[in-house]
Design a protein around this ligand. Structure first.
Ligand SMILES: Nc1nc2c(ncn2[C@@H]2O[C@H](COP(=O)(O)OP(=O)(O)OP(=O)(O)O)[C@@H](O)[C@H]2O)c(=O)[nH]1
Ligand SMILES: O=C([O-])CC(=O)C(=O)O
Ligand SMILES: [Mn+2]
Length: 611
């Protein structure tokens, strides 16, 4: 302890992990906080921190009878979503970041960041949050330590991950490697300077050093920019770890489906941000006899099991879900979980009785609200009451339908993988891939119209491979090769079937071609029946789509012709699509796996044969 005595800020450090102590000291020297606080993760600590956040005006305490132990936060209007333009993968070589990422040389970026972080925590507390993504008792637990000057981040990380003393003790006892994840709001306080409710900096930098496995995030307090265990670690850094260690880190939900015959199936699904993962994960089936339970709603780690099966786990402990559109009608399971409290809402509207509201929560629109920017709001207002990317942050354990397998470090064997996006046209409701590699092709060419989950224009069509475009921590072509190489180690008979889905196709009248939400269980049923060799399909050049009569429409006001329309493969639309896919693949240059180019050639040939 002799060394520690020279570090007054670290005197009471609850660890002897030399690497961790050295890093905490280095960061404290750089950022100059008023004090250092080691987060223990306890209930008592959470009460204290949230009390302080209420006093500071960052959190608004909600009506205890409506949402127990819950709070609302309202961000700076310029800090409402992930900032992809300011997100960087700083690998040693530019080539290793690939064409899908922003890149800067690590030394240059470090110099820039050191300048930004210098003194950035003045007047604030520096919180040290030990955390683990996935199970603490996993064979190879994935540890991280987030240093942040935001107590809102501490309270949110407590919901989203396992944090605190039990994690730190294991890091110390096993002298474990941890991902150093440094976060600052970039809003130091001069002596006597009053704070604002949502401190942040107009200059935002979300930076990853993949070889070092470290994260530096500056200037934002929001979601995926600031809760560094989530997108930054569990996807971007983890995808690099996964490449090196032979597994996959994916932007996927996991659900468990039980058939009327009581057989269990596990399904994962990759959809881009705000394209329906949380809703599908918490699905309330509208067909008799089929049951859904949840394992995860946003991130899935997959590896090949001992028998060559593909196994999946969810490394997160909470939901950070899109609020608008989440309602008693569309997603009652999410609403029940939220209603249990212990939640933090960001950028939703407040009701006059101290509850929260957002567009789509209830059919009836309240007569008066306070909108997310603090303005008085009535149904006549021309702006939405809640920000389109407003979020609820809720412990996953509050989901009544949480599958017990969520708690198993071994995870579950997948039977099906869905890839999906938000496409008004072209992409059928559901298409079964012709083969595993054809399914990887579908994933690699996945496309979607952009949403409010990231800063920038909404509704622009872009390719989003495996829904990982903003999250692949290395070269995108290498990432696709890795998918092929990992799965080549599986038992081919045990590999899941792959399906492409699109809940967002429109009819000629502009309506959704498919009711979606709970009715998506009908699509899952067809997928499972295909796995069991029981359901009819029609072969198209892009894959197999349900025959009109093959989708269970019991209780729906839809006809077989309606289904045929929803799964139509339109030659004209696909001619345009093929040109767009060619353009997309050209961007990969040499790094595109040959097997996928062959898939594209096959699709072109099948299309041409149809003309
Ligand atoms: N029409 C239609 N809309 C849907 C469906 N599923 C989800 N949505 C809407 O899509 C939006 C986003 O849904 P989420 O389930 O929160 O999306 P997500 O993929 O979990 O989003 P992230 O948390 O950003 O990754 C919400 O407004 C939903 O109401 C569906 O089946 N049909
Ligand atoms: O990361 C966030 O801020 C929210 C999220 O889940 C996503 O955008 O996919
Ligand atoms: Mn997400």
């Amino acid at each position: 302890m002799g060394d520690l005595a020279r570090l007054p800020l670290l005197e009471k450090a609850p660890t002897t992990h030399a690497g961790l102590l050295a890093w905490v000291e280095e960061v404290a020297e750089l950022t100059q906080p008023d004090r250092i606080y080691w987060v223990d993760g306890s209930e008592e600590e959470n009460t204290r921190l949230t009390d302080e956040l209420v006093a500071a005006g960052t959190l608004t305490r909600l009506n205890e009878n409506l949402f127990p132990k819950s709070f609302a936060a309202f961000s700076d209007p310029a800090d409402v979503a992930r900032v992809e333009e300011q997100t960087f993968i700083c690998s040693e070589n530019k080539r290793d970041a690939g064409f899908t990422n922003n890149w800067m040389a690590p030394a240059e970026m470090k110099e820039k960041l050191r300048g930004l972080f210098a003194g950035s925590m003045r007047g604030r507390t520096m919180y040290v949050i030990p955390f683990v993504m996935g199970h603490l008792d996993a064979e190879d637990p994935k540890f991280g330590v987030e240093i942040t000057d935001s107590a809102y981040v501490v309270a949110s990380m407590r919901i989203m991950a396992t944090i605190g003393t039990e994690v730190l003790d294991k890091i110390t006892a096993t002298n474990a490697f941890f991902v150093p994840a440094l976060h600052s709001l970039g809003a130091p306080l001069a002596p006597g300077q009053a704070d604002v409710a949502w401190p942040c900096n107009p200059d935002k930098w979300i930076v990853h050093f993949p070889e070092e496995r470290s994260i530096w995030s500056f200037g934002s307090g929001y979601g995926g920019n600031a809760l560094l265990g989530k997108k930054c670690y569990a996807l971007r850094i983890a995808s690099v770890m996964a490449r090196d260690e032979g597994w996959l880190a994916e932007h996927m939900l996991i659900l468990k489906l039980t058939s009327p015959e009581k057989k269990n199936y596990y399904v994962s699904a990759a959809f881009p941000s705000a394209c329906g993962k949380t809703n599908l994960a918490l699905l309330d089936p509208t067909i008799e006899g089929w049951e859904v339970e949840t394992l995860g709603d946003d991130i899935t780690w997959m590896r090949i099991g001992k028998e060559g099966e593909l196994r999946a786990t969810n490394p997160e402990a909470g939901l950070f879900g899109v609020a608008p559109g989440t309602g008693w009608g569309t997603n009652p399971n999410a609403m029940r979980a939220i209603a249990k409290g212990h939640s933090i809402f960001t950028n939703v509207a407040l009701t006059d009785d101290g509850g929260v509201w957002w567009e789509g929560m209830t059919d009836e629109v309240p007569a008066h609200l306070t909108d997310w920017q603090g303005n008085s709001w009535t149904p006549d207002s021309d702006k939405p009451a809640a920000h389109p990317n407003s979020r609820f942050c809720t412990p996953i354990s509050q989901i009544d339908m949480l599958a017990e397998e969520y708690y198993s470090p071994d995870g579950v064997e997948l039977s099906a993988i869905l890839f999906g996006g938000r496409r008004k046209t072209t992409v059928p409701l559901v298409t079964e891939a012709r083969s595993w590699t054809n399914g990887i092709f579908m994933g690699s060419t996945l496309s979607s119209e952009t949403t409010a989950a990231a800063a920038g224009q909404v509704g622009v069509l872009r390719r989003d491979p495996m829904a990982m475009l903003p999250f692949i921590g290395y070269d995108a072509g290498d990432y696709l090769k890795h998918w092929i190489s990992v799965s080549s180690k599986a038992n081919p008979a045990r590999l899941p079937k792959i399906f492409l889905v699109n809940w967002f196709r429109r009819t000629a009248d502009g309506d959704f071609a498919w009711p979606g939400f709970g009715d998506n269980a009908r699509v899952l049923k067809w997928a499972i029946e295909r796995i069991e060799g029981k359901a009819d399909a029609v072969e198209t050049p892009i894959g197999f789509v349900p025959a009109g009569h093959a989708l269970d429409l019991t209780g729906l006001d839809l006809t077989h012709a309606h289904v045929e329309d929803a799964v139509r493969v339109d030659p004209q639309e696909w001619a345009t699509e093929l040109a767009s896919i060619e353009e997309w693949y050209a961007k990969f240059g040499d790094s595109l796996p040959e097997a996928l180019r062959t898939e594209l050639e096959g699709l072109k040939a099948r299309m041409a044969a149809q003309q």
